[in-house]
Design a protein. Structure first.
Length: 292
């Protein structure tokens, strides 16, 4: 991308907003990368770490002369933030976001504007880590990771193209799908494993009869539970704003576990071996040696 934008405002300069800002700033794809948020210390740090060029805690200043807004706040903060920016955002400015669920953000935008603006491009980078805040921002975070865009039929193709070019410049791989399919797929592949990790750690923590149980954990537990160190606000909001799909996949998983409990109780060696073999083959084929 060589078209240089005038001013990009990142609302929520944390892990994701900060990583996006830092990458775009280093590539010089906007004359100014401006940060806005509810935590001034964090915004000062963002300037010190050269993640953004400038910041404000006043939304009018943040929106002035801005031609693209990236919303990278927790899902529950999307609507209040949109309400505050709406009176000040230039009409031609593109709005995009990084929220982990898509339909809820589309609903929030529609509610605040009274219609779905053609310059709104919903997005979700499929990259992250268990840390949050601007100190964890990494300009390489999105390299070789998918970014899903879920535009509506009415979304301007020029706006989609601009957002796509920014992510491609960060070496991400952009894919377009419907918001409904997005929310279903990521409930199964991202939201479900996070909730399972939180549940396992919480369950062991609640069993004092096991003593200092975490002392006896090693690589397996560490791999499975890493994501239980993720931010509680972010995961509370994802659980609430994609609740239907998440509850559906949790129920499916519970049924699956019930079946496995029966196999273990019956000591059904053959069925257990088959299940573990199928799962190992699927993971080895699709994740360990992933080609695309
Ligand atoms: N962490 C991940 O792995 C990951 C990956 C992809 C997408 N996301 C999504 O990206 C978004 C941001 O996540 P993150 O991990 O960067 O979180 P973060 O906690 O690192 O950053 C969030 C930032 O938003 C600011 N903020 C919170 N409420 C605000 C409000 N009401 N007004 C203004 N600023 C506010 C905070 O000060 C903070 O700087 C979330 O919607 C999340 O679902 C996260
Ligand atoms: O790697 C991690 O720590 C993540 O949690 C990143 C992860 C995921 O892979 O599930 C989490 C939530 C996002 O919306 C996208 C990516």
């Amino acid at each position: 991308m060589r078209t240089v934008l005038n001013k990009i405002t990142v609302i929520g300069v944390g892990l994701i907003g900060g990583s996006f800002a830092k990458g775009i700033k280093q590539l010089g794809l906007a004359k100014e990368i401006h940060g806005f948020g509810n935590n001034e210390e964090n915004l000062k740090m963002a300037v010190d770490l050269q993640v953004v060029d400038s910041y404000s805690t006043d939304i009018q200043t943040a929106m002035q002369d801005c031609d693209l807004v990236m919303l990278a706040v927790p899902l529950g903060a999307m609507q209040p933030v949109l309400e505050s920016l709406r009176p000040h955002i230039p009409q031609s400015a593109i709005i995009t976001d990084a929220g982990s669920a898509k339909q809820s953000v589309i609903d929030a935008v529609t509610k605040v504007f009274g219609y779905l603006p053609e310059n709104f491009v919903p997005g979700h980078p499929i990259a992250g880590k268990e840390q949050s805040g601007v100190a964890a921002a990494d300009d390489q975070l999105f390299v070789d990771h998918r970014v899903i865009l879920t535009p509506a039929e009415s979304t301007s193709s020029a706006a989609v193209e601009t957002v796509k070019k920014l992510w491609l410049a960060l070496d991400a791989r952009v894919e377009v799908m419907s918001a409904g399919f997005h929310d279903e797929v990521f409930a199964a592949t991202s939201h479900l494993p996070h909730l399972l990790a939180f549940a396992l750690v919480e369950m062991l923590h609640e069993h004092p009869e096991l003593g200092n149980v975490f002392k006896y954990t090693a690589g397996g537990f560490r791999d499975f539970s890493r994501i239980a160190s993720s931010d509680a606000t972010m995961w509370r909001d994802i659980s609430i704003y994609n609740h239907q799909a998440i509850a559906k996949w949790m129920t499916e998983y519970r049924d699956y576990l019930s079946g496995m409990i029966e196999l273990v109780e019956k000591q059904d060696a053959e069925a257990l071996y088959e299940l573990f073999t199928t799962a190992k083959q699927a993971r080895d084929q699709h994740i360990v040696n992933k080609q695309d």
